[in-house]
Write a protein that binds this ligand. Structure first.
Ligand SMILES: [Zn+2]
Length: 116
């Protein structure tokens, strides 16, 4: 498998892509992976995001309090990002309700598929 060195050059930045995404499911509260604290609006988060090389969609398998996050082991073959974010809410027009989403996303680390 050959990796294009500039795979991200034509895409939106990771910050832009992750802003507005929801960690976890749409119904469950957003929780810290370590201490299981439920986050409220405005909480400071550390989010681990992962994207398959050919998948194209970022997933957010883990969310942490800033104090709980202790780093991640790099995984070969996927794009990985650790970002800080604030939990905000987004209006769902059809449901007339709000759902949590990521705001103020800032990338801490970003590693490509070849960095295992
Ligand atoms: Zn925690």
């Amino acid at each position: 498998m050959s990796e294009r060195p500039a795979a991200n050059c034509c895409e939106r930045s990771v910050e832009q892509v992750l802003t507005g995404l929801l960690p976890g499911s749409t119904t469950a509260p957003v929780q810290c992976t370590v201490c299981e604290r439920q986050f409220q609006d405005g909480a400071d988060l550390v989010v681990y995001a992962q994207r398959c090389v050919d998948g194209g969609v970022w997933e957010l398998p883990r969310v942490y309090c800033r104090s709980c996050f202790a780093g991640v082991e790099p995984t070969l073959g996927v794009w990985e990002a650790v970002v800080t974010a604030r939990l905000g809410s987004m209006l769902i027009p059809t449901g007339r309700t709000h759902r949590p989403c990521l705001t103020e996303v800032g990338v801490r680390t970003l590693s490509g598929p070849s960095e295992g």
